[in-house]
Design a protein around this ligand. Structure first.
Ligand code: ATP
Length: 219
């Protein structure tokens, strides 16, 4: 059974279809990049996979659970235990320190692990900044806090929406190293939305989202 199995997914706003017939599989330990023109629905698709947005047809099976059918409470627990999400807008909590932001997924699971928090902060190059507040960081540093928080609890699936969008090429490479490391060492699956050819080149498979579904991207 695939870790992520999407079949016949469709999303509309009113009469206007964003996408339809989206079907795809992502296996444990697989790193998949998703390309697509601006506005085609890549962020919408990630939100639908996480159960953060409703869909109009189709199913999303995450580790055997249908996120399109689960009640909200079960969905919240599933997200907490199995998903790491790097949002375009970071969603870092402003009143918590960098280290406490990264520690949050572990606390919510009742499994605090300061050593793991420090090791993911080191991995994204923020090892010395754990005590700072988010407002004292640059955009690229905030992006890396979001990535550290998405991987710290060793989720089964990482959904990453343009995680290198704000980063210089060297830092982007470092962030991709962190994601690739989690995929290979922890057997995590990763679905990465990106416009960056350098980031897509790190993936095991590259797909393209169009209004008519998901296809392998042309080389
Ligand atoms: N609440 C809404 N009501 C109506 N249309 C919406 C709403 N939210 C998003 N859309 C539309 O849905 C489409 C998909 O948006 P989405 O953000 O998923 O695209 P994207 O592929 O991630 O784009 P980008 O690469 O620019 O981030 C867009 O055309 C957008 O205008």
């Amino acid at each position: 059974m695939s870790l992520l199995a999407i079949d016949g997914l469709a999303k509309r706003y009113g009469d206007s279809a964003v996408f339809e017939q989206v079907s795809l599989r992502v296996e444990a330990g697989e790193f998949v990049a998703l390309l697509g023109e601006s506005g085609v629905g890549k962020s919408t698709l990630l939100n639908a996979i996480a159960g953060l947005d409703t869909v109009d047809a189709g199913h999303v099976l995450l580790d055997g659970d249908d996120v399109t059918a689960l009640p909200e409470r079960a969905l919240a627990l599933l997200r907490r235990a199995k998903l790491g999400f790097v949002f375009q807008a970071f969603h870092v909590l402003p009143h918590l320190s960098v280290a406490d932001n990264v520690a949050l997924p572990l606390l919510l699971l009742g499994a605090p692990d300061p050593a793991r928090v420090q090791s993911v902060l080191d991995a994204v190059g923020l090892g010395g900044l754990g005590e700072r507040l988010p407002q004292q960081l640059s955009g690229g540093q905030l992006q890396r806090v979001a990535i550290a928080r998405a991987v710290v609890h060793r989720p089964r699936l990482i959904l990453a929406d343009e995680p290198t969008g704000n980063l210089d090429p060297t830092t982007a490479e470092r962030v991709m190293d962190v994601l690739a490391h989690e995929v290979k060492q922890q057997g995590t699956a990763c679905l990465l939305v990106t416009h960056s050819t350098a980031a897509a080149a790190r993936a095991d498979r590259v797909l393209r989202l169009t209004p008519k579904g998901v296809q392998p991207a042309a080389a």
